[in-house]
Ligand binder design. Sequence first.
Ligand SMILES: O=C(O)C(=O)C[C@]1(C(=O)O)C=C[C@@H](O)C=C1
Length: 356
Amino acid sequence: MNNQPLDELRAKIDLVNKEILDAVNKRQSYIAEIGDVKSKQGVHRYDPVRERDMLNKLIAVNEGPLTDQELEYTFKEIFKVGLEKQEQSKKKELLVSRKRQPENTVVTINGVEVGNGKPAFVFGPCAVESFEQTSSVADKIKSKGLNLMRGGAFKPRTSPYDFQGLGVEGLEILDKVRKGSGLGVISEIVSPLDVEVACEHIDVIQIGARNMQNFELLKAVGKTNKPVLLKRGLAATIDEFIHAAEYILAQGNPNVILCERGIRTYEKATRNTLDLSAVPILKQETHLPVMVDVTHSTGRKDIMLPCAKAALAVGADGVMAEVHPDPAVALSDSAQQMDFEEFDAFWDELKAFAAK
Ligand SMILES: O=C(O)C(=O)C[C@]1(C(=O)O)C=C[C@@H](O)C=C1
């Protein structure tokens, strides 16, 4: 139905819309340039003083009918979009960003490629307690045709009176076990001072959840070309996790595997809350492989298998879990480590699921 008065006004609106669009796009091009300048100068992108100055200038020349409050609301939205686009371009700059490197990073450990689309599996004891204990787990893992093993030599514990790990002696045991078994070994260090000895004795340096933002440790392992398994902090946002990995790549080491190990929430049914949604987000945002630790996340052997399957289903590049010859006498985390019989059942099911 023809409605000439309305049509004529709408035609005018269409012209003004185009003028606004051209003006905002032109403004956005300047915002992008400012973002680059700020990035080079290392200054914060958000500048409330500048925003208030702009609003005051606009209010001074506002002839209505917009009220000053409506003006402020409208332009604050424009500023917000500009800031978000600056942040997006900043993320694009990150070395870990998939926008910067579309293809997957593949970290090769002892012949095992992590991140090539085929899941990798890392099992082993929470702590290296003795050569006999560690080599018995190595034999078990090897019997499954697997090539990687974890084992804690330095154990960050809540209480200083709890078993702290064998330290360098633990690394030396892992070295001896890897030489005897041919497995690749992964172990955590907690100090930059131990980077050199770690590089000598193990195949992958693990940065534990409590050290995800130990920036000096991140920089130290970044200066090596040793593969690093970086665990998400107990209460780390995904953005903080990504930037922690960036610290390592920024020093020159591209061989980083991210590990989702659960986050601290109000939920008490599990040791931590396994944030499976982090896996596809990290795979989208970064080109790094992402593994899931179903032991430290759940803290429950009765749900580790479905969580491991779920991890693979959401695209994880691998699963980590703890295995001990006799968990009842383990020096740490005895309740959550699988014994060999439990491990047999777990692996048989998970292997079959992964093969589908
Ligand atoms: O002028 C700046 O410093 C900018 O980053 C641009 C701009 C903007 O004009 O939209 C964007 C975000 C800031 O909070 C302040 C201003």
